[in-house]
Ligand binder design. Sequence first.
Ligand SMILES: [Zn+2]
Length: 373
Amino acid sequence: MHDFQSNINKNRLLSKRFQYAQGVSSPTRGIKFSALQEIARKGVEQKVIDDIYTFEENGCFCRHKEVMFIAARDRYNLYYPVVICKRCGLIRNDPRMTRSSYREFYDIEYRNLYGDGDLEIDVKWNIGVRKGEKIWQFVADSLPGFQGVVFDVGCYMGASLLAFSKRGFVVAGVDYGREHLEYGKKYSGVKNLYVGGIERLAELNKKADLIILSHVIEHLVDLESELKNIRNIMKPNAYIYIATPGLFWRTTKVHNRNFLALLNNAHTYYFSLDTLVYVMECLGFELVKGNNRIKALFKKKDSCRSKDNIPHGEYRRTKAFLKRTEAFYSLTCRVIRLLALFHVKGVVKWLLSKFVTMRRFYEKRYPIFQKGN
Ligand SMILES: [Zn+2]
């Protein structure tokens, strides 16, 4: 922990607020925090201090060693080293927690830390069902009449599979949370939901025409080997749907340019569409369609892109974006403090909310982030 902190002091890309300070419990601005979340946060922080949760090196996918240090903390002020590769521009958590530390973290603190424990189970179920409909729509738009076997890796309750099973697909899903899977089986009628990982799907006597990887790839401990294992349970020419928080889109559209709000200690990677396409092409997939948000569909193919064929200019583009958004964010914070001094914060907040509503209306009518880059 000490080494990373001193590195980030010497070679820091962004502002001081990205440094870790032990014992500070307040999350970054704009992030809601419940009592249940605070208990989970303290639990993780203490385990890191006591070396119960340990860290190990997580080298870049492109094998390059040189990095720029971005952060030593996440949005909840948990120790969380984040770097960007100076060659390919992929942002990663390095050093990251060991596999056994993650296993305990996902088992004990993860769901409560990210607000899941504050939601009713039927609310979560309905969110999953709606998400499944959107995934089906995204796939069906590109592949009309598509049918076959669908595996959902990290399926949670399996609710997203309902959209496929009711349309005649053969479905199966895996997740590590036993309790939620039991609930899912009861409500969806889908029997093939298993506790475990990709190995459980490999044991089935069939291969997939479509893999769903929704908000999973950013959690993978070993990107290369786990995606290779997923590739092995796919038929030739099969598809893989990937949803992950798009670095540029999410920082701008969801977190109002507050990049710290995007940082989440459960994430081992942050992708732009270009870095995701790079990783996937190197592992034998080609892009069918994708957007900056990131929702993307890839197809399994025989050839692989060379790891030396890095996404050109992505490091410079990402670095410039992070510096620009951080400058904008600190400026808005200063303006807000100034307005508070003159007691006009309420009026300006009201005007800003009107502006945001207007912007959302126009963006819905004239979408900017659709298909393509
Ligand atoms: Zn790299």
